[in-house]
Write a new protein. Structure first.
Length: 244
């Protein structure tokens, strides 16, 4: 029985460490400001981007969110949602250094900043901010949306760091949208269809997080079952057997 206790103790410790690792990883991943979906086709039109902002403070609420849109590769035709949950949006336009030619004419200015205020994201909560666009650029492979998150205690978290290719994710990464090549023979549709992106734009993050958590839970269940099997085998082998 002493052997059984030793094995069970070690197995229990391993299971506990695995569980702690899974929960810690989930907490870190969910604490970042992110944009969803994570990919669109270059030049995609009539889509929606959702900026998910979680509150990572235990004693303060998020009271202000500022998202900065790139102007070197501008997003055209930006529209924000009507006021919701107390949040209102202020849109700032900037004159473009290089005007963009479109089928509807030449665009000389574009949205460079969106600031949401008036609402509150409490500890353990998150808020989705939806931004509709008319057209994404087709001359770059990624768009970085630097974001500032201000708390009720005056603290501001700057989600502005960009990771170089192959480097580890920085401590405060900026939300990044990857732009992929258009499918052959497709001149207008995004990586996922416009209708699909509108329907799933605010839920893809939840699906991704759910998948990660599901894999973690599956691993924990497997560990518990293995622990139970080991216990049964040890107890069975420890009993005196009948003479053959």
């Amino acid at each position: 029985m002493s052997i059984a206790r030793t094995v069970l103790g070690r197995a229990g410790a391993v299971t506990a460490l695995a569980a702690a690792g899974v929960l810690a990883a989930a907490g870190i991943a969910s604490a970042h400001v992110t944009v969803h979906p994570e990919t669109y086709a270059k030049g995609a039109t009539d889509g929606v981007l959702t900026f998910r902002v979680p509150n990572e403070e235990d004693t303060a609420g998020t009271t202000k969110v500022q998202v900065f849109l790139p102007t070197d590769h501008p997003v055209l035709g930006v529209l924000v949602s009507p006021p919701q949950d107390g949040w209102t949006a202020k849109v700032t336009n900037t004159k473009l250094k290089t005007p963009v030619k479109t089928d509807d004419g030449t665009i000389t200015d574009a949205v460079s900043e969106i600031t949401w205020t008036g609402g509150r994201i409490g500890p353990g909560q998150y808020q989705d901010f939806n931004v509709a666009f008319g057209q994404l650029p087709d001359d770059t492979g990624r768009l970085t949306f630097k974001t500032l998150q201000t708390y009720s205690d005056g603290k501001t978290v700057r989600w502005i760091e960009e990771a170089a290719k192959g480097d580890e994710e920085p401590e405060n990464p900026a939300p990044v949208l990857t732009l992929t090549a258009k499918p052959a023979g497709d001149d207008s549709t995004p990586a996922t269809s416009t209708k699909a992106s509108k329907a799933t734009g605010s839920t893809e993050s939840a699906s991704s997080d759910g998948t990660a958590r599901g894999l973690g839970i599956t691993g924990l269940v497997a560990g518990v079952l293995g622990l139970a099997a080991a216990t049964y085998a040890l107890l069975r082998n420890g009993r005196p057997g009948k003479a053959s």
